[in-house]
Design a protein around this ligand. Sequence first.
Ligand code: HEM
Ligand SMILES: CC(C)=CCC/C(C)=C/CC/C(C)=C/COP(=O)(O)OP(=O)(O)O
Length: 316
Amino acid sequence: MSGAPTSPVAPGLPLAGAAPLASTDFGDWRDYLALTKPRVMALVVFTALMGLLAAPVAVHPVIGFTAILCIAVAGGAAGALNQWYEADLDAKMKRTRGRPLPAGRLTRDQAFGFAMFLAIGSVTIMALAVNLAAAGLLVLSILFYVLVYTVWLKRRTPQNIVIGGAAGAFPPMIGWAAATGDVTLLPLLMFGIIFLWTPPHFWSLALFVKTDYREAGVPMLPVSHGLAETRRQVLLYTLPLVTAALAPWALGLTGLVYGIPALALNIVFLAGAVRVAGNRAEDPAGMKAEKQLFAFSILYLFALFAALAADRLVLA
Ligand code: HEM
Ligand SMILES: CC(C)=CCC/C(C)=C/CC/C(C)=C/COP(=O)(O)OP(=O)(O)O
């Protein structure tokens, strides 16, 4: 399948105390589920659904459900390919060393076969049952996460998550395209919001798990440029994020049902980013501002996209 060895992790890596799997052992379904990064994908799928609901077309529920399912499955496939490729890195970090590949509970070939089955299946069904625009964007988002982010940028540059993070910004655009067959200004703004949200989302987390990335040799910003510069960048990305998040309202694409929660959410986000920028703590114990901004970033995106779809449904 992959041409990769059938050892549970990349060549030369310790097995973290786990016995290699017998070649006939299919593995536990829970490990396959873990390969899909279900917690992260929940927000991906939610933003896709909100993109679909915000579109000015009443899509047939079966088609809508199929489209969202395909996005969820493709996201899972991309997450599994990410873990297939970077089992060596995951083995080096506390946060990730319990994953199925570094822990030796699945082989790399099992992960690759599973991921390709999901990727090909989801794109094919999207193309046949929904439309080609949505299927094309789905392919692009998988390729972006796996090739651009995971293979090309992650180990090379601290800008990895800025450019590669665009992968996670596609889903609402795919949801919209599934309903309409095209992409207009509002789905592009949704893309822009997630694109600009990703750096503060991730760097606030990376500030307090920095040592993990240093040990793995991944050039994340706090490792390569230090805490102060990372905190400055969190605030720098928050400014255009707030602008993009308020743009649908300012441009008259949405009404107050979006405008009022968007204003409140963005004031809180901006205040959180200012607190992060002003924090001087060197130790994770003193990084309450960073921990709070990371946690809030997830709530922010959920609430912002829920408000956007609600507004469009009210206007429709
Ligand atoms: C390159 C871009 C991104 C990077 C590097 C990144 C990284 C991370 C990391 C390291 C975590 C913490 C641990 C984990 O659950 O693995 C996390 C959590 C999370 N991320 Fe991101 N993320 C990115 C983009 C996104 C996007 C686009 C979304 C959704 C739209 C998202 C949603 C989430 C959620 C929901 C969590 C919490 C998971 C939990 O509760 O455990 N992330 N992210
Ligand atoms: C439809 C589709 C293909 C969607 C997938 C796009 C997507 C969710 C991209 C987000 C990227 C992400 C979760 C990065 C996590 O970073 P990492 O992989 O470096 O995290 P790790 O250190 O936890 O492995």
